[in-house]
Ligand binder design. Sequence first.
Ligand code: HEC
Ligand code: HEC
Length: 390
Amino acid sequence: MQYILIILCWLSGLLYAAGNTSTNNDTPPVARAASPDTNRLLGLPPLPVPVDNPQSPAKIILGNKLFHDARFSIDGTVSCSKCHNDQLSFTDALPVSMGNNGKTGARNAPTVVNAAFNKLQFWDGREPDLENQSKQPLLNPVEHGLTSYEPITNIIRSDPDYQKAFAEVFGLSADKVTIDHVAKAIASFERTVLSGDSAFDRYYFKADKSAMTEAQVRGLQLFVGQGRCVSCHVIEQDQALFTDGKFHNIGIGINQIQKDVPLLTGRFMQAKDPKAEFAKASLEDKRNSELGRFAITREINQVGAFKTPTLRNIELTAPYMHDGSLKTLKDVMVHYNNGGATKTGDRVNDYLSGGIRPLNLTDAQLEDLVAFMQALTGSNYLKSAAKGGN
Ligand code: HEC
Ligand code: HEC
């Protein structure tokens, strides 16, 4: 049955991320179907695939295995899936992630779900695509903690399964495998980690009026109306990624360190290579993380600005925001209703986006917005959520 399914998917031009790869940390494999043009998930645009890294079933299976391999870390416990856990919609349920030897970073792990559509990767957009992104955590001292890629290529060279897979996918003997091949395979796998076909999609794009509850319909009206959410969390006529791919300061984190901003920004103004400077600075002093997009572009209006995240599967990815500081969706709604202040009456910061103003919504309306957010879970994740997380 499984084989017939694979052949059918392949014949009809679907990419099938099959689930029978063995993994190191017993994370159940994922099976998602997506296609660059036909039969794509309801509500998603066509999948962008780089010409130099076409999708193939074997590459996706290899990427899945690499993504879950904890041997690629200094203490043998950290795989990508430690922080991007299949069972938690590819997040880790922590405010900020924990890497090797219990070390923590300054930021919340964003979901990998639909990251394939991101125009830029990371909260501050410092990497252009999935291929380049995936090489960073491996060398990050608080994540995988390796000091070079050599341990990874050594493992691949000594593992018969990898030898076979890299030969099949890239036509290479294992001694020719570089980190770029590893990155390509991981990115291919990530391009199958997609969420669409939610209750909202059926309601909005298929005119199935019974797909959403009354509260969810009211929430959608607020989302596009009085809440003005849609100006950043975009819904298009025929698809919705719930992000504009841009960077905004909505008053998270930076509100608390305003007086430090002149000092912190100064360091970046002088830096020759802002990306390298950020890597250093964020380890030395976590307040640097709060500068957001500014640390990369050095544009003063980007102080405290972070990438608009997708809202798909948002019910499954608490806690929220780049620093994981908001525990529930209701907390998020209250923050927006206050016009960019988490507690009513807190002062907002000087760099706040013009799009963030008090909304004057009632408590019942905030609840409706929360209900709407709960209509954004993809049908393929509803099933895995029912099985329970781990
Ligand atoms: C220790 C936890 C941890 C590990 C391990 C980890 N990540 Fe992440 N990941 C994060 C955090 C935290 C961020 C956000 C960092 C930032 O924006 O500065 C992130 C960001 C990302 C993003 C960007 C998503 C977006 O919306 O911008 C992708 C894609 C991603 N990780 C994939 C991977 C892959 C692939 C691996 C393995 C090679 C990996 N991660 C390993 C914690 C982790
Ligand atoms: C000016 C652009 C903008 C507007 C308007 C806006 N958002 Fe956001 N939203 C963002 C950005 C940027 C973030 C991430 C901010 C951060 O972490 O510092 C975010 C984060 C969120 C998150 C948390 C996502 C996560 O993965 O942590 C939710 C939920 C959310 N917004 C919902 C809404 C709702 C509902 C509205 C309307 C009431 C709204 N947003 C209005 C830009 C916006």
